[in-house]
Design a protein around this ligand. Sequence first.
Ligand code: SF4
Length: 84
Amino acid sequence: MAECKGCTESVHMTPEEIAKVFGETIRVKNVKLATEAEYERRMSECRKCDAFQFGTTCRWCGCLMDIKAKLEKANCPSPGGSRW
Ligand code: SF4
């Protein structure tokens, strides 16, 4: 599968960088979080998915999945059918 347009070294993020972005997301928005079990279930699906790139990012939405999978109302955008 081809990589995202424009995906280069700049899209690679460390777990520490992702944790910082997640903290900023929670501060800025009043969002509800998924349960830990639901987060793990979602990430398990992503890790098995061909669209999961760089160990961090969904090819279809460009989101950092460590963050998106924690948001209660988020869903998988796969055009072949949502996986979660
Ligand atoms: S298509 Fe769905 S399962 Fe695959 S990486 Fe994106 S959100 Fe995760």
